[in-house]
Structure formats: C-alpha cells, structure tokens
Design a protein around this ligand. Structure first.
Ligand SMILES: [Zn+2]
Length: 117
C-alpha cells in the first residue's frame, strides 16, 4: 500500500503532453479536459525523474502493464484530465487529476530474466 499511496500522490497534477489537447496513444482519439484516460508513467531505476507517456482513451485502456521495460519502474493509472495554466508562457497544459493506480511494474520485470553485472 505504501507504493500505491506514493504513486497516486506523485501522479496528481503531473503534466501530460504539450498544450491544450492530447491524443490516445493507440487509436489517436483526441482527448480533452474532463475526459477519463489511462496513463503510463515510467522512471528509470537510477533516477528520480518520472515521465508520463501519452495516455490511452477509455476504449483502449490496458488493465495491466503488458510489456514492462527492464530497468524502469512503471505505473499504470486511470485518471481525469484537467488543465493547469502556466502564466509565464500563457499556455495551458493537461494534467493528471484523481489518479487511481491500476498496475505497477518493478524495474526487474521484463520478458527475459535480469542478470547481475
Ligand atoms: Zn484510444
């Protein structure tokens, strides 16, 4: 449960994509503020910097992380899209609201077993 709490706190307010709208990574449907989406976030094991990959629309949302990336912690979460204004650039960005964690992949998860160096 510790991981879940941390992940959801981490994702809340996290920026997605560029400005205004984004699109489903799978089918290309345009996604707007207020839409429910599923996002995949990842963090390489040797950093504390997270990146959010483009989101999935409801129809395309995976339930689990089917292709984990070796060396990365990955999170799959459902959320709503919100917007946050950046006064410095006069732009709005989409952000994650109310994330609900669906799946977590540890850095050691991969299609082939990890080996020690
Ligand atoms: Zn889609």
């Amino acid at each position: 449960m510790r991981v879940t709490t941390t992940a959801e706190q981490l994702l809340e307010g996290f920026p997605i994509g560029l400005q205004g709208t984004t699109a489903c990574q799978h089918c290309g449907t345009t996604l707007y503020e207020g839409d429910r989406v599923t996002v995949l976030a990842s963090r390489p094991a040797d950093t504390d910097r997270w990146a959010i990959h483009r989101p999935y629309c409801v129809a395309c949302s995976p339930d689990t992380i089917s292709q984990p990336t070796l060396g990365c912690t990955e999170l799959l979460a459902q959320c709503r899209l919100g917007t946050r204004a950046d006064l410095a650039t006069q732009q709005t960005r989409l952000v994650v609201l109310e994330p609900e964690l669906q799946d977590v992949s540890e850095p050691t998860n991969t299609a082939t077993p990890a080996t020690h160096r």
